[in-house]
Design a protein around this ligand. Structure first.
Ligand code: HEM
Ligand code: HEM
Length: 162
């Protein structure tokens, strides 16, 4: 299968939606933590819109990530500029699949903790969240490096369908 020239509108929309929800998951996590602390202390979890949003947001991320992976496998993704060193292209691929895996791991562990009461899953959730932060940092740095230093069209093609 030959690689497409760019991402589809849907691929782009889902990329930015996932990024937005992930930021929300990080910023507004107090509600779910309070509910989880209450559960661990054997108390009934207080009703919390924020905790509900965290659970719903995470499940939405899973749905979008699975849709994106299906689209990536079916339609493909544009190649990184061929003139760039192999090591850079390998790092980009590893980062992208690492992000997908971590997002799935985060939602899976979150669900096992929340719906199954598995405490070990909650600590895995914490570890995955730290790893995701690290990888997103690398990913954003890579995108900005491509745009401002290498002056490639990699960032632009995640904005405009092609
Ligand atoms: C992309 C998806 C998700 C992200 C990025 C995410 C992120 C986070 C973050 C940043 C925290 C705070 C942890 C801390 O500061 O130590 C947290 C806590 C938590 N999340 Fe998620 N989460 C996601 C999905 C989910 C889902 C789908 C569920 C449940 C169905 C869930 C359940 C929980 C629980 C129970 C806690 C409290 C754990 C604790 O305090 O140890 N999360 N999450
Ligand atoms: C939580 C935040 C984010 C996540 C989880 C995420 C995840 C991903 C993933 C998994 C891909 C691979 C696309 C594919 O399937 O082919 C990708 C591509 C891309 N992302 Fe992000 N992203 C995030 C935030 C950002 C931000 C803030 C920027 C811009 C500064 C950005 C710029 C890009 C670009 C330019 C590509 C395309 C790379 C290429 O064509 O090789 N992302 N992102």
């Amino acid at each position: 299968m030959s690689a497409p020239k760019g991402y589809s509108t849907l691929q782009i929309a889902l990329h930015w939606l996932v990024a937005l929800i992930v930021v929300h998951q990080f910023v507004l996590h107090k509600g779910i933590e309070t509910a989880w602390d209450a559960y661990k202390a054997g108390q009934a979890a207080p009703f919390s819109v924020l905790a509900g949003l965290h659970v719903a947001g995470g499940i939405l991320v899973l749905a979008f990530v699975l849709a994106r992976i299906a689209m990536r496998l079916k339609r493909g993704a544009p190649e990184l500029p061929v003139e760039e060193p192999m090591v850079l292209r390998l790092a980009a691929h590893a980062t992208h699949w690492g992000l997908y895996l971590l997002l799935i791991g985060l939602v899976g562990s979150g669900m096992a903790a929340w719906f199954g009461g598995v405490k070990l899953a909650a600590s895995a959730h914490g570890t995955f969240k730290n790893l995701l932060m690290l990888l997103v940092g690398l990913h954003v740095a890579g995108a900005l490096f491509q745009h401002f230093w290498l002056k490639s069209d990699v960032l632009r093609r995640m904005m405009r369908a092609g």
